[in-house]
Design a protein around this ligand. Structure first.
Ligand SMILES: [Cu+2]
Length: 439
């Protein structure tokens, strides 16, 4: 229907004017952007304080950037530099990061805070910091060449503005981003609401940055030119079994805030044993009536997603990217497909020519990590770790949600001890017979 039709309709139908007015109202709402963009800074409010104004987030394997208040302004000092970073025990490479952590320094503030963030460049190359998703004056946006000159090595630049939104955001380098983001210069930026409503209140509030790396076994730096075959998949810069578990007491309300600044891949993060609601994007909190339930949340590159649930089921529950190559470590890649091959005396014959030769993968990949084969220096096994019921064949973008009836602290409580009779076991002959199952 074009404009002329609408006018005609309005002239013919009684109440036509109401229809048109209604449409323009809906349109106005759709285009409401009342507090984004523009050069005008919001009037700062008194700095929001932890416990009084908000419950601080937890960054597993990471840290929150410290701040102090100077004349009503929250002052932070971000330092970009080179770090010997351990992805998991056995794999350490030279990465770049902020304040001694890779992917895992979270900036936390409150809507209405005036923030002043000093960025010191301790890298051998120029850098900038872009505040991803955050409303600010254009000159604070951190884009080298477009909104500012790059920060030379050894220099300190000042970013300052007033936060006029709340939510889950990110920050990352915007100078040679392809190299610098891939070397680790990314982090999460959490802005709490000024007035926390019961809607926003949770007991445990976790922050997880998703990323991917290519580290060729035996080398000491990530390959930042990689476009595929990423072999180290991380949460907050760590690959399982290097990831800290999310430890929660039964009954607690839990929020997990995911961000994804991987080079090339989206990550569908799946949680066992629960459904959760997707409660916020990086645009805004989703109204309760529009939140939807899932067991897997897709976090696209450049996005954040908040999920929330009540932790009412005790146990060790897996939480991982569901892309199968994203939940394994380094050495599973680049191996010829030997699935179903019967090597016979092949190994013995080849080992005469190539000492120590071993055919790999004929039964799949699960037994390969367990064999404990000699590994190249500085690499992590294909997958896995010892676990209560045997070898646990997972790695990569993977962690455990550990829900317990009782907790003395949020330290790793160890493996879950299952109540008697609640673990899958070999079926008893008598029960098979009783149920009419013939083997
Ligand atoms: Cu993934």
């Amino acid at each position: 229907m074009n404009r002329r039709d609408l006018v005609k309709l309005g002239a013919v139908a009684a109440g036509g004017a109401i229809v048109v007015a209604g449409a323009s109202k809906a349109e106005a709402r759709q285009w409401d952007s009342s507090y984004s963009g523009g050069p005008v800074d919001r009037k700062p409010e008194s700095p929001g304080l932890p416990t009084k104004d908000y419950r601080p987030v937890v960054t597993p394997n990471g840290q929150s950037l410290p701040w102090k208040i100077v004349d009503g302004v929250k002052v932070y000092h971000l330092i970009a530099g080179e770090i010997d970073h351990e992805f998991a025990k056995g794999l350490t490479t030279k990465c770049w990061g902020y304040n001694g952590k890779v992917n895992a320094t979270t900036i936390e503030a409150v809507e209405g805070d005036r923030v002043r963030i000093y960025v010191t460049n301790s890298l051998p190359v120029p850098t900038t910091v872009h505040w991803h998703g955050i409303f600010l004056p254009n000159g604070m946006d951190g884009v080298s060449g477009v909104t500012q000159r790059p920060i030379p090595p050894g220099k300190t630049f000042k970013y300052e503005w007033t936060l006029r939104q709340h939510g889950t955001f990110m920050y990352h380098s915007h100078y040679d981003s392809m190299t610098q983001d891939a070397m680790g210069l990314v982090g999460m930026f959490i802005v709490h609401p000024r007035k926390t409503s019961s809607d926003d209140l949770v007991d445990r509030d976790f922050v997880i940055m998703l990323s991917e790396w290519q580290v060729v076994p035996g080398t000491s730096r990530p390959n930042t030119l990689a476009m595929a075959d990423f072999n180290v998949l991380t949460m907050n810069g760590r690959a399982y079994p290097g990831t800290d578990p999310l430890v929660v007491k039964k009954g607690q309300r839990v929020r997990i805030r995911f961000g994804n600044l991987s080079a090339m891949d989206h990550h569908p993060i799946h949680m066992h044993g629960y459904r959760f609601k997707i409660t916020a994007t990086d645009g805004e909190r989703i109204p309760a009536s529009a939140q939807w339930s899932e067991t897997t949340v897709l976090v696209a590159v450049g996005q954040t997603r908040d999920i929330e649930f009540v932790a009412d089921a005790p146990g060790d529950w897996l939480m991982h990217c569901h892309m199968s190559h994203h939940m394994m470590n380094q050495m599973s890649h680049g191996v010829p497909n030997m699935l179903g091959v019967e090597p016979g005396t092949l190994d013995r014959k080849i080992s005469k020519l190539v000492p120590g030769y071993m055919t790999m993968g004929q039964n799949g990949m699960a037994d390969m990590g367990e064999m404990g084969m000699p590994m190249p220096a500085n690499s992590i096994p294909m997958m896995g770790t010892p676990a209560p019921f045997g070898y646990f064949d997972m790695g990569g973008m993977f962690t455990l949600l550990k829900v317990r009836d009782d907790l003395k602290s949020y330290e790793d409580p160890g493996w879950y001890v299952h109540p008697k009779g609640t673990v899958a076991e070999e079926a008893e002959a008598a029960q098979l017979a009783a149920d009419g199952i013939e083997l």
